[in-house]
Write a protein of this length. Structure first.
Length: 124
């Protein structure tokens, strides 16, 4: 692939990471609003477990999508690093592979923390 195609692919992967966060964000907004209103305090166990389950499912699917996009983004970064006479942008992206590895860890940790907070807000 040429540099232009790789840069286009890089932007596509970045967009996928962002879009993968939209669904879980909407779910979290709904859970935060319901928790702030005290809805879960008066709700039955089935409703609270449903909220936790929906949050877990959307979160897991988002993390899987983000992992795939990150992995593919790392491959693009490596390919950009192999281009001779690359532009400054291509070189900068090629140097970001380590940040993508860090991003996988951050996504995992923040997902676990967020899920723990959802459980706390809905079940306790």
């Amino acid at each position: 692939m040429d540099e232009t195609s790789l840069l286009h692919l890089w932007n596509e992967k970045r967009t996928q990471i962002v879009l993968a966060q939209l669904g879980p964000t909407a779910v979290l907004i709904a859970i935060v609003v319901l928790a702030a209103q005290g809805t879960f305090a008066d709700a039955g166990d089935s409703a609270r477990f449903l909220a936790v389950g929906v949050a877990a499912i959307t979160g897991i699917l988002a993390v899987i999508s983000q992992y795939a996009a990150i992995r593919e983004g790392q491959a693009v970064a490596e390919d950009l690093g192999q281009i001779s006479d690359a532009s400054a942008l291509a070189k900068a992206i090629a140097g970001s592979s380590g940040y993508l590895s860090l991003m996988r860890v951050v996504v995992t940790v923040l997902s676990i923390v967020t899920f723990a907070l959802v459980v706390w807000a809905t079940l306790l």
